[in-house]
Design a protein around this ligand. Structure first.
Ligand code: LRH
Length: 477
């Protein structure tokens, strides 16, 4: 059989990549053709994404893909959740793209947090808890503070929707990314009238979300790819990463997509709702097929990324990072872990100072050096992952036998071991760019090269390398 080449555009908050997946004889081979850093930038009081810069990198990557692989059958885009653009009918941006860590949502966050009845209603309607980055709070802020926006904007596109539009000329909202907004009805695949009304967001800005696998037409903006199909994939990176989990079909695997954020969750045919789920901040996001992936968002390697930035001698290569991890592993376990759910870590000017301040409050001393911080952060994240697992077990009445980990953090041995130790179950790491794999899986299914996701996962499980971290001591729950 002739190999089939699909391109995945995978944009993360700290780095982006274009990866070509080549499917032949039921095996997927990945080639990273382009990787680039990403960051938001501050201007005055606000934080913005550099969209022209990102689009230039996406084009560079896709041209590279087209030069190396002929033909590229299709392309799919996934990005981090919640961020959006507002455009007019001609697709022109009418408002700058803000980054989700911008503090502009704080008043709305507090208002909803302090109104228990409204909070419970919004949660019952959308299945999404009150988190500072929600698109609902971001859009609420624009509508409230920029009155003219309702005349200027006719459409709200979430970032993968916007890149799909730049590639194909078609404006659609895709389901998985729509499910990160806190504006989607948790019981259907439509927008929630109740949530839109509460936040005072115009309903006409959205169209009924499409499912993953929808073909959007040929690439119209790059001559080199004019025969390439644009396919809507599970365009929320976390949804794509979850699709790449070679999970056992009996539902006993907990999923951890580990990158800037740690997304801990599982797949289910029903949402997890109610007062306790809300209190545990369980987000009922969706799969590309319309099912549910209840998850909690633990702060993730953002803690480490921002702490490394504070040190001059931060590791610059994989080998240097391994040396740091080895030094950290040799240290005694920290006496006091961090409370990783503390909002002070969301976007502090100095992460190191924020960590030191929290430790001081809890009567502990700051670590002496970088390995000390790395150890403290990985152990604290491990504890955060384990706490999330226990909450899911209680609320969903399930028992998880393993934790499957993909994403950048799956290569971090310290983090994998700390998670296994805290959770008391084996952690299976696939050292895999899960988001790109899930993105490509959806394209292969849409192109009918693979029957369905279960078949894809079974093939993947056959061919993929895995490392198991056994728990060193049983966790106390
Ligand atoms: C991770 C992620 C996560 C959240 C956050 C805003 O990249 O998509 O699931 O939605 O970014």
């Amino acid at each position: 059989t002739t190999p089939l080449h699909c391109a995945a555009v995978d944009l993360g908050a700290t780095s982006g990549r274009v990866i070509v997946g080549t499917w032949a004889r039921n095996k997927l081979r990945l080639t990273e053709v382009h990787r680039f850093p990403n960051t938001f930038q501050s201007l005055g009081a606000h934080d913005y994404w550099n969209l022209p810069g990102l689009w230039a990198e996406v084009q560079t990557g896709l041209r590279q893909a087209a030069a190396q692989f002929k033909p590229i059958a299709s392309v799919g885009v996934d990005t981090w959740g919640v961020d959006y653009v507002l455009v007019n009918d001609g697709g022109r941006l009418v408002f700058p793209a803000h980054a989700y860590r911008d503090a502009r949502t704080q008043p709305g966050l507090k208002r909803l947090g302090n109104t228990r009845a409204a909070l419970a209603r919004v949660y019952a309607a959308t299945g999404i808890p009150n988190v500072f980055y929600n698109s609902s709070l971001q859009l609420q802020e624009v509508v409230a503070n920029c009155a003219a926006i309702e005349d200027l904007a006719t459409r709200c596109l979430f970032l993968p929707d916007y890149f799909n539009y730049l590639l194909s000329g078609r404006m659609e909202n895709e389901l998985t990314i729509a499910s990160t907004t806190q504006l989607l009805d948790v019981h259907s695949t439509n927008w929630s009238r109740q949530a839109l009304d509460y936040f005072r967001i115009p309903a006409q800005w959205f169209s009924k979300p499409i499912l993953a696998g929808t073909k959007l037409g040929q690439v119209t903006s790059l001559a080199e790819l004019k025969a390439t199909q644009v396919i809507a994939v599970p365009s929320h990176d976390t949804a794509a990463a979850y699709d790449a989990m070679p999970a056992s079909p009996d539902g006993t695997d907990l999923f951890l997509s580990s990158g800037t954020w740690s997304l801990v969750g599982f797949e289910s045919d029903q949402p997890l709702l109610g007062a306790e789920a809300l209190e545990k901040r369980i987000a009922n996001e969706r799969t590309g097929r319309g099912g549910y992936r209840p998850l909690t968002n633990v702060i993730g390697l953002w803690l480490l990324e921002r702490t490394l930035a504070a040190f001059d001698k931060r590791p610059k290569s994989g080998a240097e990072f391994d040396a740091l991890a080895a030094a950290a592993a040799k240290l005694p376990a920290p006496k006091q872990l961090l409370d990783v759910s503390d909002l002070v870590f969301a976007n502090p000017s100095s992460m190191r100072a924020a960590i030191d301040a929290q430790l001081k409050k809890r009567g502990a001393k700051p670590p002496r050096d970088l390995p000390g911080y790395a150890r403290l952060i990985c152990d604290s994240l491990g504890r955060g992952h384990a706490d999330a697992m226990r909450a899911f077990e209680r609320l969903a009445g399930r028992t998880f036998k393993r934790i499957l980990i993909v994403g950048g953090g799956s290569k971090n041995q310290l983090l994998c071991q700390a998670t296994a130790d805290a959770a008391g179950v084996p952690v299976v790491s696939f050292s895999l760019e899960g988001t790109a794999v899930g993105n490509i899986a959806s394209q292969l299914i849409a192109l009918r090269a693979v029957k369905d996701l279960a078949t894809f996962r079974a093939h993947l499980a056959q061919s993929i390398k895995q490392t198991t971290y056994q728990p060193k001591s049983r966790a106390q729950s």
